[in-house]
Design a protein around this ligand. Structure first.
Ligand code: SF4
Ligand code: SF4
Ligand code: SF4
Length: 272
């Protein structure tokens, strides 16, 4: 039973957030929203423990499509980074700001970049592409993320400063156009660099939050040196080029780990 502790802990964490927000904000939506996400994540972890091959993909599809289609397209919540700035500038602590606080800013202190491995609707599509394992060495163009990050702030600030009307409608269209752009760029980069996660590595503005916070992550993949035979299989299957066998927090690409667990599955010695 010990191996099922993690799915239960994850469910408890999400339910605590769900109930706290439900009661403090007096809004049933938070209870349903975070319970659904918590149950999806726990289900994925449970299936992973049972060694089901597609456990992570199931969670990705359950959570990613819920956020993209239900929250984004049906409820008109801009859950992209522009939406976060928008609600932050208006001083509204609602869906997008709470989502960023939980999944992308403070949550990574506990579960690292679990968001990127299990919930992101952009990666949900990119992970269907053929280059699950990068076929080319990593490029030194990660600075692009700071440009896209700055552009997202400038875009929203410009909307406020120019006092345009119907800003809610603009944010809704910004969500749709932004997502289409992410998919086009993400798919193009995947084929150009032969790497499904090229967009995550070089372009995604959210990594400006995710990377520094996940540096301190409580959950991280560690290598049991007494079992490891240095076969290198784990690093060959890693989609994010993490130097997994180095246990230090400063390991190469350590803040890129998306907790996909491919390395643990590949290890013949159960050392991870
Ligand atoms: S890096 Fe960005 S696009 Fe990639 S999975 Fe994370 S949030 Fe999604
Ligand atoms: S393969 Fe391992 S180290 Fe690489 S991203 Fe997945 S969990 Fe992290
Ligand atoms: S796959 Fe396992 S045994 Fe091989 S290098 Fe990685 S941790 Fe060590």
């Amino acid at each position: 039973m010990k191996k099922y502790i993690l799915p239960v802990v994850m469910l408890v964490i999400f339910e605590t957030v769900a109930v706290t927000l439900w009661l403090t904000k007096n809004n049933l939506f938070y209870l349903i929203n975070f319970s659904y996400i918590g149950m999806s994540v726990s289900l994925g972890m449970f299936l992973f423990v049972r060694k089901y091959k597609y456990a992570r993909r199931i969670v990705q599809l359950l959570v990613g499509s819920y956020m993209l289609i239900y929250l984004g397209l049906i409820c008109n919540e801009n859950m992209q980074i522009e939406g976060f700035w928008y609600y932050l500038f208006t001083g509204v602590f609602e869906a997008a700001t709470i989502h960023y606080a939980v999944a992308k800013i403070f949550g990574p202190l506990i579960f690292g970049r679990g968001w990127c491995g299990f919930a992101c609707w952009t990666a949900m599509v990119l992970d269907f592409l053929p280059y699950k394992i990068p076929k080319a060495p990593r490029k030194k163009i990660g600075w692009i993320r700071y440009i896209t990050f700055a552009l997202s702030v400038i875009f929203v600030a410009a909307l406020f400063l120019s006092h345009v009307g119907n800003i809610e409608k603009i944010m809704f269209w910004a969500f749709i156009i932004g997502n289409v752009l992410y998919y086009i760029v993400g798919i193009a980069l995947a084929f150009i660099f032969k790497d499904n996660r090229a967009f995550c590595k070089y372009v995604c503005p959210i990594t400006v939050f995710l990377k520094p916070m996940s540096y301190f992550s409580l959950f991280r993949i560690k290598c049991d040196k007494s079992k490891c035979v240095s076969c290198g299989k784990c690093e060959r299957v890693c989609p994010m080029n993490v130097k997994i066998t180095d246990n230090s927090r400063k390991r190469l690409n350590g803040t890129e780990c998306i907790l996909c667990m491919e390395c643990t599955r590949a290890c013949p010695k159960d050392a991870l």
